[in-house]
Ligand binder design. Structure first.
Ligand code: ZN
Length: 350
């Protein structure tokens, strides 16, 4: 089912009407229906931790389906009902694409692969073995979230049979009912991160590369974005290069796992890059704090976010936003501490 194709198929961008779905998005979601973005692309709310935190995207073409991300085990029934609502049975799923193997993206992959008998799991080669044997992932996740919390969030991770896993190569193209989905290896958030470029719509499924957008914080002038620098492979230079790579394709839309469709406007990208630089600066500023460094980084990130919210004219939602970002601040501080402790590869000299 894998092919390499040289030419991009020219098809129209998303129409203005399709791009103006914000209010419909929320209404549809309240009823549990998938969000319809047009062009055969839908989002299912995984209800991971809370509504609109983690999206699972469906791409459909000529009766075939690709699922992008699995989220956690508990998301599977939601994906199954979305498929049923769209008129697909379990056998119609050809692929489960994972952007990376952090468990808010990949925790339910084993269960999903059992549910969809014709699906192949498409994952970066550095992530493939962890999907076949999730024991290391379990341990790493317990280290980040604590064992009890990890078990509550994800349940039991099921292994995926190795012969159903495709370890990707960069720029590999997958055919889906005549549609072409191209893999882009995009390190930065993690070494094993990949994006999926849909040549038909020029939409890109970006995983965690383009940050976190909690839609509660959307304003008429656009979303509010922060990067995710979680342990243990954050590398800011790679992250910026990978963003450049995706933008060089002139994408029509970005489909974020956290959460949903974003237009790649100049303002959005400027804020994303400014916040990546801000996170790096907040870590470097505390470089020599010794044992309490992570705590200082955490404080630095909190004040960075507060100032950014105020600078964006969102001073009215600072308290609400800080609640939403509490766990991200914690994880981002851990990831930055890990980055500093391991030589801060990609940091500016000095
Ligand atoms: Zn994530």
């Amino acid at each position: 089912m894998m092919v390499r194709l040289a030419d991009t198929v020219e098809t129209p961008d998303f129409t203005e009407e399709e791009m103006d779905l914000t209010s419909c998005d929320l209404a549809a979601q309240a009823e549990g229906d998938p969000i319809d973005y047009g062009n055969g692309i839908h989002a299912v709310d995984a209800l991971y931790v809370r509504p609109r935190l983690a999206a699972i995207h469906l791409v459909t073409a000529n009766g075939r389906v690709a699922v992008v991300e699995s989220a956690h085990n508990a998301a599977l029934p939601r994906v199954e009902s979305a498929l049923a609502a769209l008129g697909f049975d379990r056998g119609a799923v050809d692929y489960l694409f994972l952007t990376h193997v952090h468990l808010d993206h990949a925790g339910g992959a084993g269960a999903m692969m059992q549910a969809f008998p014709n699906a192949r799991l498409v994952v970066h080669p550095r992530g493939a073995r962890h999907m076949a044997d999730p024991s290391q992932l379990n341990a790493a996740t317990a280290a980040v979230y604590g064992a009890e919390n990890a078990a509550l969030r994800y349940g039991t991770l099921l292994p995926v049979p190795a012969d159903r896993i495709i370890a990707t190569t960069d720029r590999q193209v997958f055919a889906l009912g005549g549609r072409e989905l191209e893999i882009l290896h995009t390190p930065g958030h993690a070494k094993h991160h990949q994006c999926i470029f849909d040549r038909a719509s020029r939409g890109v499924f970006t995983g965690d590369l383009f940050g976190l957008c909690y839609r509660e914080l959307d304003r008429p002038d656009g979303p509010f974005v922060i990067p995710t620098t979680t342990p243990s492979q954050f590398n800011p230079a790679d992250l910026q290069r990978s963003i450049d790579l995706v933008m060089s394709l002139a994408p029509s839309a970005l489909f974020l796992t956290h959460f949903g469709r974003i237009l790649p406007t100049g303002a959005y990208l400027a804020q994303l890059r400014r916040m990546i630089d801000g996170h790096v600066a907040a870590a470097l500023a505390e470089r020599n704090r010794g044992d309490r460094r992570e705590e200082y980084i955490r404080q630095g990130l909190a004040s960075l976010l507060r100032s950014e919210l105020v600078a964006c004219g969102r001073g009215d939602v600072v308290d609400q936003a800080m609640d939403l970002f509490a766990e991200d601040i914690e994880l981002n501080a851990q990831g930055l501490e890990h980055w500093l402790a391991h030589g801060a590869e990609g940091a500016p000299a000095g």
